[in-house]
Design a protein around this ligand. Sequence first.
Ligand SMILES: [Zn+2]
Ligand SMILES: [Zn+2]
Length: 172
Amino acid sequence: MTSAGRTATNSEATGSATLTASMGTRQDSGGDECPFCLIAAGRTDTEVLLSDDELLCFCDVKPGVAHHYLVVTAMHIDSCKALRREHVALVERMVAMGRSVLEKNKVNMNDVSRMGFHLPPFTSVPHLHLHALSPASTMCVKSQLRYGPRSHWFITVISILLSGFSHPLVAK
Ligand SMILES: [Zn+2]
Ligand SMILES: [Zn+2]
């Protein structure tokens, strides 16, 4: 595995041409600067709540509601803009892990939960991560801006799956 194709962390803000080049190659480090790669590599003291061969889950450091978890890929993927049709199953597994962690933490599943991705350049960390939040009804105004239904930066899994990954904001 080489670092070829891996670009500066701000690449997602400047264009997606290089993203596909980096897809599918396991980035063992994702660069020392990528905090989620460090967590995936077990090099932080972040408590990993759930994990399997390809995904892991931990608490968001700045929770927007009482329950706010992140599901990330162990492999470095820059953002949801790099997702293609072949990633549908991966996204579904991310959602399944998001549901599992909510259930494990005794979240009332009758409360509305929100799951989704931030669009570059509004990603706080340029490593693919699914936000799982609940209960959505208690989001403050600031959280609504970041994760709410009217946020232009937050696209839900439903919309991304329904679009077949041809969401106008996702496709280049
Ligand atoms: Zn990373
Ligand atoms: Zn985010």
